[in-house]
Structures are given as structure tokens and as C-alpha cells.
Write a protein that binds this ligand. Sequence first.
Ligand SMILES: *Cc1c(COP(=O)(O)O)cnc(C)c1O
Length: 460
Amino acid sequence: MNYISTRGLAPVLDFEGAMLSGLARDGGLYVPETFPQISREELLSLRGRPYADIAFAIVSKFTDGSIPDVDLRKMIDAAYATFNHPATTPLKQLAPNQYLLELFHGPTIAFKDVAMQLLSRMMDWSLAKQKRKAVVIGATSGDTGGAAIDAFQHSKNASIFILHPHGLVSDVQRRQMTTVTSPSVHNIAIEGNFDDCQAIVKALFNDLKFRDDVGLAGVNSINWARIMAQIVYYFYAALQLGAPDRAVSFTVPTGNFGNIFAGLAAKRMGLDIDRLVIATNSNDILDRTLKTGSYTVTGVHATTSPSMDIQVSSNFERLVYLANNNDPSAVRNAMESLKQSGAFTLQSGAIKSIRVEFDSNATSDADAAKTMAKVLAETGELLDPHTAVGYAVAQKTSTNSPMVTLATAHPAKFPDAVEAATKVRPNLPQRLSYLMNAKETFKVLPNSEADVKAYILFHA
Ligand SMILES: *Cc1c(COP(=O)(O)O)cnc(C)c1O
């Protein structure tokens, strides 16, 4: 299967190439040239099967023979053996037609484990086969870094460097990164904010010589392999709710648009999805875009759902590409305008086609807190603040189909906000009880591309 850049000026790659490069060399994002289809018969045959079986059925369509079946199956089994629930991503009913899909039973208790545990194994496999080494680099506002470090700590062929903003991630989030002792794991605390971290990572990727010299690989959700792994749980949930005989809707707490794009991919593969609902916090660029057709960057502000505090939603570029009938020149124009003026306007055909499939809404911190308290009182369930943003939006969306809200983090990952909203302080799961007393290791560096580059060259 071929993967092509949304900007149309980078080499066409196979699955392994797209996975190992992350960002395309023209600054675009890789997408499959066409979406593989899943038939009604195949869906019926997957009903009631374990998560790993469904993962194999979906993922193997995208890897398309580049990873032999036995190897792929082993990697999938090992990835989801790290999850602490026999259903991997259990589906829970909260009210008539309202469901939660719990994606937080992995090692770092946020949904990013689902993709990262598989990605690290596939990358390591591929690097070993090609007798290559890689330097994995990523910027994190909290959850991506921990998930990536947990997943890559045992990698034989990749070392990993994660940049986080010094003093701006939560204690649990920082400790999940800095208490991992593997010599191939490097934590860098940047004296700056998350945007500064991301800008340094982007600059390193755009330095094509440095990129090639160290074998730079990206694990942010610009990496297609992450999106691919996330497609699986849309199928898994829909099959439990009656697919292919009944349509299902999803509400997704959204930041970088990776998770919900996986939902669109599932739909393009043939899953009957009724509504895909974008839920944002007060950093509502995507909700405004859906409502006005204009993607306009404004300032970011801190909310109780920090993993969605973003200004530029990278994966939206993949939707811009599809909504413009796979026209890379439309994407290039939009991205050029974004760079020049901090905004672009979707063509009327493109925004119309987006509205056919997506709804959107924004939720304030106050509404998210009310939702947490209400759900606890009515069902006994504690939601994390990101999931609460999603659930609040799901309640405002009218559909006749079952509505599944993706639960993206365990409440104990954001204990202060949960306690403030509900008066209940969630406990860390047993497997993380060591965290608050373990020794931390990280390097503080100034907000400087040159310093980070030198640090990587020295330690890689
Ligand atoms: C990363 C993250 C999100 C946002 O996901 P995107 O794929 O960036 O839209 C939402 N909730 C939590 C808890 C996260 O860690």
C-alpha cells in the first residue's frame, strides 16, 4: 500500500517508510493513497472477538504484507498484554444510548498507550530488519511523552528524547517520564512552554541533514502508524453495539485531531458511523472552524484538560486533504496562508463535506466540572476532565444512534481537577503506586534548538 504526503511533494512511501519518517519531507503528513475496505461478512466474522483479533484484522490491511502475519500478530499480542483489563478497551454504558469507551487501561493510563505500545514494537522490528538505528524525538504537553517513553524503554534499536516544558506538566505526568531508568531514554525539560518544545522538534525535522545523520523518527500523532492503531477501537466498540447492522456515533475529546481522524478513517473503510463529534475545551479552534469555515489561530490558554490545550491542530491537515478531494495544492495553499497570516478559509465544498460527517461543540472548565459531578452522582463513575469535555458535548448532540464518548484518560492522571469538581480524590491504580517515591532523572536545557541538537548528538 502506498502512502502519500498531504502536500504532494514528498516521496511516495510504503508502510514502513511512512512509519519511520513520521513527518513527510515536504512538511506534509502521510495518508494512505486509498482506504482499504472491510466487508460486511468480515465485520460479522469479527463480532464478539477479542481486541487483538480485531486489531490484527484492521492493522494488517494497512501494513499490507510488509510485516509478516506471525510477526505482526506477536507484536499486537505483546502490545495489548501491557493493558490492565481483559477487554483492553472496555465499553461501559452510562445512560440510555450513552456509552464510554475506556481507553486508559494501558501503562500510563491515557489513550496514547493504545497506539504507542504497538508503534514502538513495529518500529523496533522494522529497524532490526533494516539493520538501522533511530533517534525517536517528541514534544509533549504531558501524556504523549509518558506513553512514548514507556513504550520505547525496551527498544533495542531506538533511543528516545522527549522534550517537555519545564515546570508545566503535572507531577504524575512528569514522573511517568522521568522515573524510567533505561539508558536509551532521555528527558529534556525546556525552559519554555509546549509550543517552544514543539517548535524545536519541528526545526530538527526540517534540518534534513541532521534528520538523516541521526535517523530521526517522530512519534507525535503526525505519524500515520499511530492513527492506524487507533482505528481499531472504533471497530471494536461499534461491533459490540450492533455493527454492521446498526450505525454508531462517537464523541471525541480533541486536541491535535489524531484520535478523531482515526474515526473518520474507520468510516472510510466501511464502518457505519453516524456522527463524529469534535469536543474541544475553551481552546476551540476546531469548533470555530466547523462553525465558520475559517481556521484562525488565537492564543492558547490553560484549562483543566491540558492535553487539549493546543493552538495548531496538526492532524486537521489530513482532513483538509480529504475534504478537498485529495488535492495537495489546496492543502499547500491553506498551510501557506496559515504560515503567513495565522489563518486559512476552507472552500465552500470542503467545509460542506466536513459538516456532512462531523459535528462540534466546545465545553468550558465549569461545564466539564459540572459534568464530572453529575456523572458521579448518577452513575458512580469518575470521569477525567478530558473525558468530561467529551461527555458534556455528547449530551448536547442529538442522534438516534448509540453515542460512544471516548474516555481518553484515567481520572487519577488529573487528580486536582477531579477533586475540585467532585470532592473525591481519585487514587492511582496499583501498578503506578511506586511513582510518587521513585527517583527522577532529567536535563534542563534553555529554549534553544542548538542546545537540544548538541545534547542529542552527544547522547545518541
Ligand atoms: C492527547 C490527548 C487528547 C487529544 O487527542 P488528539 O488525538 O490530540 O486529538 C485528549 N485527551 C487526552 C487525555 C490526551 O492525552
